[in-house]
Design a protein around this ligand. Structure first.
Ligand SMILES: Nc1ncnc2c1ncn2[C@@H]1O[C@H](COP(=O)(O)OP(=O)(O)OP(=O)(O)O)[C@@H](O)[C@H]1O
Ligand SMILES: [Mg+2]
Length: 433
C-alpha cells in the first residue's frame, strides 16, 4: 500500500474518532500481507478504553470488518485483519466527489462504471422512489444513505424529514438526522396515519406555491404501512405521490412487497423512480421495476441494486451511511492537523453556488469535463486545510501557490480554478482552527 493511501486512512481514522470526541493521533502505520495496522496515541485525558469501545467507528474508518485492538503501553494498535472489504462502498468517499452535486441531490452508491450515482429529488423525473427487494437485500441501508446524504447537503430550514417505520428506526441514523426530523418517528398505524395527514395538510396549504422546506417522507415498510393503515392511509400516501412534487414533497418508500396486491396501481404509478435489490424471480423483478427483463433476480444482495427511471437501467452498489452529521466535530486545540477538519454541513451545504439546472438522475456526480474525478477527489476542503496547516507548521506563507505546491499540484489551470472555488471556505475553516 502506498504511503499516500496510508496517510488517507490515518487521516480518516483520526477524523472519525474525533467526531466522537475520541481525540487520538496516528503515530505509525504499516501494511503487509497480514493486514493494515495503525498505531494510535490518545490525547491527554482520553481513556484508552474509549478507543476499544469505538470498534465500529474504527471498522468504518479502516474499511474492514475484522479489527483487532491491542494496547502497548501508552499506545494502541488497531489492526484491520482482512484489509479492505472488497465490495463495500462508503457514503463519505462518494460525497468526497460532490463537486457537481446540486441542492437536493442524494447520493445512492457507486455505479458499475466507477461513477457515483446521485438522484435529484427536485427533478420531475424522480420525485418519488420505491426501493424493493427481499429481506436483507439492503433497502433500509440504502434509504439511510439517500436520506443522510441529502440532509448532509441541506440545512434544516431547506429540508425536513418525516420517518414512518414500524420497526422504530435505527437509533444511529435517527440521531444523525435529528435536526431535520419534522416530527418523532411514526411507528404505530395511528402515528403513521397522523403523520401522513399532517404532510397532506401541508401539501394542501402550500398548493403549488411555497415549497420550503422540501419534505422527504421516508416510509421504511411501505406495504406494511398500507396494510396496517388500511384504505385511509393508502389514500393519503397516494395523494402525496400524486401531488407532492409541486409542493416540494418527496416519498422514499422501501418494501419487500411491491406487488399491486399490496400497493394500489395509482400509488405505484406515481413512484417513478424504482430501485430494486435482490428479488426472488423475474416476475417479482418486473413488479418491482415496472419493466420486463430488468435482471434484478440476478442481483447478489448485500446492497447491489438497479435503478430504473423511464426504462433506463443503472446497476450500482449501495453506499453505507458512514457520515456523522448530528455532531459536527469541534476542532480541538491539540494536535493541530488537517485530519481533524471535518466537512460538516457548514462547509458542504452552501459554500458553492447551487446549480440552477442540476443534472438528471443518471448523470455521474463528476460529469464536468473541466472537473475530472481524480482532481476533484484530490482537492477537497480537507486536503486543502491539511496543506495549509502543514505550511503554517513550517512557518511558510499560506496562499494558493504554496498550497498547490504543498499538494504537489501545478500552480495554474484547472487546479488553480478548483482551489479558488474552495478557497474562501477553506480559509475560514483554517482560521477557525
Ligand atoms: N450497501 C451495502 N453494502 C454492504 N452490506 C450491506 C449493504 N446494504 C446492506 N448490507 C448488509 O445487509 C444487511 C441487511 O440490510 P438491510 O437492513 O438494509 O436490509 P433490508 O432490505 O432493509 O431488509 P428488511 O426487508 O428485512 O428490512 C445489513 O445489516 C448489512 O450487513
Ligand atoms: Mg429494512
Amino acid at each position: 500500500m502506498k504511503q499516500q493511501q496510508l496517510n488517507q486512512i490515518a487521516d480518516r481514522l483520526e477524523a472519525k474518532l474525533a467526531e466522537h470526541k475520541i481525540y487520538c493521533r496516528v503515530v505509525g502505520g504499516r501494511s503487509n500481507d497480514f493486514g493494515l495496522s495503525m498505531v494510535l496515541q490518545p490525547a491527554n485525558g482520553i481513556n484508552p478504553d474509549k478507543v476499544f469501545a469505538a470498534r465500529n467507528i474504527i471498522k468504518l474508518a479502516m474499511r474492514s470488518d475484522k479489527i483487532n485492538i491491542a494496547q502497548h503501553g501508552a499506545l494502541i494498535e488497531v489492526l484491520a485483519v482482512s484489509g479492505y472489504s472488497g465490495n463495500a462502498v462508503y457514503l463519505s468517499d462518494l460525497i468526497g466527489q460532490y463537486g457537481q452535486l446540486g441542492q437536493y441531490h442524494a447520493v445512492c452508491g457507486l455505479r458499475d462504471d466507477g461513477q457515483a450515482l446521485a438522484i435529484n429529488l427536485a427533478s420531475p423525473q424522480t420525485p418519488h422512489a420505491m426501493i424493493s427487494g427481499t429481506t436483507g437485500s439492503g433497502k433500509t441501508v440504502l434509504a439511510q444513505s439517500i436520506i443522510t446524504s441529502v440532509t448532509h447537503l441541506n440545512r434544516p430550514h431547506t429540508l425536513g424529514i418525516v420517518v414512518l417505520d414500524p420497526k422504530g428506526g435505527d437509533e444511529r441514523f435517527l440521531k444523525n438526522i435529528s435536526h431535520h426530523l419534522l416530527m418523532p418517528v411514526a411507528t404505530t398505524p395511528d402515528e403513521q396515519f397522523m403523520a401522513l395527514e399532517r404532510v397532506v395538510q401541508t401539501m394542501l396549504e402550500r398548493g403549488n406555491g411555497n415549497a420550503m422546506p422540501r419534505i422527504v417522507v421516508y416510509c421504511d415498510e411501505l406495504a406494511d404501512t398500507a396494510l396496517a393503515g388500511g384504505k385511509a392511509a393508502l389514500d393519503l400516501l397516494s395523494r402525496i405521490a400524486a401531488r407532492g412534487r409541486s409542493a416540494g414533497i418527496n416519498i422514499i418508500g422501501a418494501t419487500q412487497n411491491p406487488s399491486s396486491k399490496s400497493l394500489p396501481e395509482d400509488l405505484r404509478r406515481n413512484l417513478p423512480l424504482r430501485i430494486v435489490g435482490k428479488v426472488g424471480n423475474a416476475t417479482e423483478a418486473k413488479m418491482a421495476s415496472g419493466i420486463s427483463n430488468c435482471g434484478a433476480e440476478l442481483l447478489g444482495g448485500k446492497g447491489t441494486f438497479i435503478c430504473v427511471v423511464n426504462g433506463t437501467i443503472q446497476r450500482f452498489q449501495g453506499a453505507l451511511p458512514d457520515i456523522d452529521i448530528s455532531n459536527p466535530c469541534k476542532l480541538p486545540e491539540w494536535p493541530k492537523r488537517g485530519a481533524y477538519t471535518h466537512d460538516g454541513p457548514v462547509a458542504m451545504s452552501h459554500a458553492k453556488p447551487l446549480q440552477i439546472n442540476p443534472p438528471v438522475m443518471s448523470q455521474p456526480v463528476n460529469s464536468s469535463p473541466a472537473n475530472n474525478v481524480s482532481m476533484s477527489s484530490d482537492i477537497t476542503i480537507q486536503t486543502v486545510i491539511s496543506a495549509m496547516l502543514k505550511l503554517k507548521t513550517e512557518g511558510k506563507p499560506v496562499n494558493r501557490s504554496t498550497v498547490l505546491t504543498t499538494m504537489n499540484k501545478p500552480t495554474g489551470g484547472a487546479h488553480w480554478r478548483q482551489l479558488t472555488a474552495l478557497w474562501d471556505t477553506a480559509i475560514a475553516q483554517f482560521q477557525a482552527i
